[in-house]
Design a protein around this ligand. Sequence first.
Ligand SMILES: *Cc1c(COP(=O)(O)O)cnc(C)c1O
Length: 422
Amino acid sequence: MKPESLMMSYGYKPELSEGALKCPIFLTSTFVFKNAEEGKSFFEVAYGLREKKEGEELGLIYSRLNNPDLEILENRLTLWDNAEDAAVFESGMSAISTSMLTFLNPGDTLLYSNPLYGGSHHFINHVLTRFGINIIDFNSTESKEDIYQKIEDANLSGTVKMVYVETPGNPTNSLIDLKMCAELCSEFSTEERKSLLVVDNTYLGPLWQNPLNIGADLIVYSATKYIGGHSDVIAGAVLGSKELMAQIKGMRTFLGNMAGPWTGWLLMRSLETLKMRMETQAFNAERVAAFLNEHPKVEKVYYLGDLTPEKDPEAYRIYKSQCKSPGAMISFDIKGGEKEAFKFLNSLKLIKLAVSLGSTESLAEHPFTMTHADVSSDVKNSVSITEKLVRISIGVENPDDIISDINQALEKVKVPDFSFLQ
Ligand SMILES: *Cc1c(COP(=O)(O)O)cnc(C)c1O
């Protein structure tokens, strides 16, 4: 069966919960063992003192290690990405930082794509470097040869242990070729040391891009975005093979940054409508993009659905090979600069002025001064994040209402008149 058919029931047994149709919220810190022998047996598995028997699951011990709401949610999350296992965290950032801390050691090199989510960029540049991890970045315009040249120029002692990629890039939807990254990882790998490809799949996942099928080793999510989808919960997830996830779950146990049962329950509720929400958002986004493309006060639209083999052959090729939909994130350059962008944002009525994305309500923001304020001007310029750029996350409202809100806000903007220059 398809994931959307299983989201209401998969992994939950009503007979274990007094017949309750829905999985209750297991607000308990600890679990009672039937007898001392059972407690001993559960701990043997938890601490890896013995191999699991055929079909044996880790018994319920303590909610930092496991809890029914988290386990059922994790089982359901694996279905969308065809993953062996998943781990849920209290935020996207804890999913990301835990994945990095699990596999990177002093002297290792992390290769990452630009632009990254601001929090990930900060963690890599200001925290990992304190622990002796070398970092090298690349962007969507750089080829495999360019990347090899950069690594050679950096003259590092250690090997590249992890390639960390966000695609499509936030906020301009620039694409990184995941197949090329998977090739890099296999070239960096040796018998004893596997180099891992980790993909932040928040922007298109889990419906529209499935990196594990394209050679990624791990997927990370901010479940705060599409997966949660209602702007009412912060959460994150990591997905991958049983072997890698066992290491990540081990690290999570000791960092103690698992999600709580209430978060787990909220996300299970969200997953039931994930497909309908995301499909409606993508449907609306297509209409909004068409409107923006025709508007005289809009200079350029950054929307995956606009890629063509003639204008952008390379991006189009990557798009066709790894994305199943253009998604619901649109950015555009307004004619003018910060003043015009702010006037537009301040004039919106239905669309709220807020960061975050992927939720039922449409949100708009100004990346240059908000989500990407911390990124250096050089990097911002190299990836088209300028004062005139506005980002919109399209929600599930009626598309005509979204468009008329954008239209009335654009009407309030006075485009500077440069005609005297001609
Ligand atoms: C929001 C976001 C994150 C961080 O997730 P939190 O849930 O806010 O911790 C990471 N990556 C991307 C692409 C995001 O949009």
